[in-house]
Write a protein that binds this ligand. Sequence first.
Ligand code: ASP
Ligand code: MG
Length: 436
Amino acid sequence: MKVLKFGGTSVGSAQRMKDVTQLICNGEKNIIVLSAMSGTTNTLVEISDYLYKKNPDGAGEIINTLEKKYFGVIEELYATREYKDKTLDYVKANFDCIRSFTKDLFTLFEEKVILAQGELISSELVNLYLNECGVKSVLLPALDYMRIDKNGEPDAVYIKEKLSELLEKHPNADLYITQGYICRNAYGEIDNLQRGGSDYTASLIGAAVNADEIQIWTDIDGMHNNDPRFVEGTSPVRNLHFEEAAELAYFGAKILHPTCVLPAKLTNIPVRLLNTMEPNAPGTLISNNLEKGKIKAVAAKDNITAIKIKSGRMLLAYGFLRKVFEIFESYQTPIDMVTTSEVGVSLTIDNIKNLQDILDDLKKYGTVTVDDNMVIICIVGDMEWENIGFESRILEAMKDIPVRMIAYGGSNYNISLLVKAEDKKRTLQTLSNHLF
Ligand code: ASP
Ligand code: MG
């Protein structure tokens, strides 16, 4: 059994939904995870925003527009009056539910119910379309098996148990359809796995049913070895190790949600990234196989601020770094890159909300300098320290570009460089020229 997840653009119109059903009706009894139609979750967030601001009229207008869009999709998707009416009733009930919140107190609880409607609707639409086409697909309601605990972490034992119960109830199904992103929390309330969480759903299901493979279908041909918006001649990476994929996901290669990697990695289930527009293209396979000594990809993370703290007091002293890091902790600011010397430390942050307070506190411990508008460039591949040559190839590529920080050794899969934003494009380009 495989788990196939289709993102918002893959179910973004009636035609796209039809295309998806072509892909999933392949004779295999798989579990299909669907996102909301593209744009819907953003619109639901907007509706909630109006309701928080106590503007029911503003919300009402957007609700009506969104509902109309769905009426159009239904008209186009189904061939028979019977199925059109069936789905119209369903969708109207969902929108009535959303409207009911325009009259009362609006809290996080109501917002989560609103946010769940996108996936509830898209999965119902596709499932009924399959039924109309004569496919015996069965809808597995995510709210009946997907659950997070008090810490917001998925409850793997519960998920596995409930999901197998549901699957056992429908042994003769051709296919299973379910919703990404939505779940219940420890109190039984409707909740979600955070924005973009459908990938996570797919991975959690894959782990729960011990799937042969998890497929993430999007509209890009796998993960590219560099950013095609800045670099010419990038190519898809065919194989990635889980650790390499995790590094890339954190550094802005947005096609795979970072958390998605974890359950699949732990259960050693390969994850394949595929393109709905080009279903026969090989895509990218993420697994526990490592290609020895190979550099795979380059990615960039923008809007980085570098902070240097220099102090004679750091020399041969202990406890200095702790004091520095505690300041960032007290302002709830994550640190990305760190490099040290005997008399100073440089680090980077991307959240500058509390920068001024952080700097004021840091000045108690040394001389502080700030460089803003920087970019982290990360190079990912098998960079086990006993491999030789990769450092020099990277530095050779950088010979004409000023580098503010270099970090290696935190993982076997990554080297990070910090450069000025204005040098981002030529850095990505020269690395591509030298490494691939
Ligand atoms: N529909 C949700 C979102 O837009 C979840 C997802 O698509 O992964 O964030
Ligand atoms: Mg997504």
